[in-house]
Design a protein around this ligand. Structure first.
Ligand code: SD4
Length: 321
């Protein structure tokens, strides 16, 4: 069981190189001892800083998660989240995001174009509509009606990469792409409540209209305030197939540690599609009500960032291969 006091390896938030270390785990029956936020990939370090500002002030986990996702969406150099992300095979960037709070409220947008903060549109869906998910032009219309603005930003780097891709037009998701991909955030706040958010531009060069796991409640994100929260990154089709984040939360409900529950989901994926899984990456991160956390992935190379009262560190997730 991995707890906040039990890292395999960590780096400092300033990226001062890897520091291998391990510490004894705390008491056998862990108790909640303050907020914690986990974010996917190495850019999760910055995401966590934004989230921590809210958690440190005793703010809500869902607010912290949204703030973290917004920071990632703001990065106009990011090729995997927000408007700067890699486009679909028609050359158009489409965005997916979802959010969930401690009351089982959830909101989601998918196949959304030209809106800078899909996570906040998802939140608006959650808070102001009787629905959970809005898609495509309807999601965009809803965003515009609610004060979001059209943004025509095109990342020249993503455009150039798409033109290169067109030369072969071969769809082959890259494992651990630039070590930052979908931003998934799960948080436990000072009141012991959970929340989460997930935002992505999805798989590069996907078929137009394709939606991945990231905006699907139960696949890319799930929060159950009785138990824990989980989010996913990687090839979304594989996550959807097993309702990944929900599965992880249910295994935590059964008593598994967050890391074991993530491993259980990864092993399920590999068992049902052993051949395909050899060339795919999927990573899960999870936190439970006690503040224990963990992650697990298919291939080596997936990292997540964890911020507790002890600091903000990058963790190498254990992997199946
Ligand atoms: C998707 N899960 O659209 C996202 C993409 C991702 O690492 O996380 N890639 O399938």
């Amino acid at each position: 069981m991995t707890s906040r006091r039990q890292f395999i390896r960590r780096t400092s938030a300033l990226g001062v190189g890897l520091l291998a270390f391990s510490r004894l785990s705390k008491a056998a029956s862990p108790t909640f001892d303050g907020p914690v936020v986990l974010s996917t990939w190495n850019f999760g370090l910055q995401t966590n800083e934004a989230a921590w500002k809210i958690l440190a002030e005793k703010g809500r986990a869902v607010d912290a998660a949204e703030a973290g996702a917004r920071l990632a969406e703001d990065d106009l150099k990011s090729t995997s989240v927000g408007l700067a992300g890699r486009p679909d095979r028609e050359g158009i960037t489409t965005l997916d995001a979802c959010i969930m709070d401690e009351f089982y409220n959830c909101g989601s947008v998918c196949f959304l174009e030209k809106i800078k903060h899909p996570i906040s549109v998802a939140r608006k869906v959650m808070e102001t509509t009787p629905h959970v998910m809005l898609a495509g032009s309807g999601a965009q219309q809803f965003a515009l009606e609610n004060g979001f603005e059209l943004d025509d930003y095109v990342n020249p780097e993503s455009e150039k990469a798409w033109h290169e891709w067109l030369k072969t037009s071969e769809y082959k998701p890259i494992i651990n792409f630039e070590n930052h991909d979908t931003i998934g955030i799960v948080a436990l706040d000072a009141h012991g409540n959970l929340g989460g958010a997930c935002s992505t531009s999805g798989m590069a060069y996907k078929i137009r209209g394709r939606v991945g796991d990231s905006p699907i409640i139960g696949a890319g994100l799930y929060v159950d305030n009785e138990v824990g929260a989980c989010t996913a990154t990687g090839t979304g089709e594989e996550v959807i197939r097993i309702a990944g984040s929900h599965l992880v939360v249910e295994k935590m409900r059964d008593g598994m540690s967050p890391e074991d529950a993530c491993r259980y989901a990864v092993e399920r994926m590999i068992r049902i599609r052993p051949e395909q899984s050899k060339t795919l990456q999927v990573g899960f991160i999870a936190v439970n009500k006690s503040g224990e956390y963990g992650g697990y992935c298919i291939q080596p190379g997936f990292q997540y960032a964890v911020h507790t009262n002890e600091g903000n560190v990058l963790v190498d997730a254990r992997s199946y291969y």
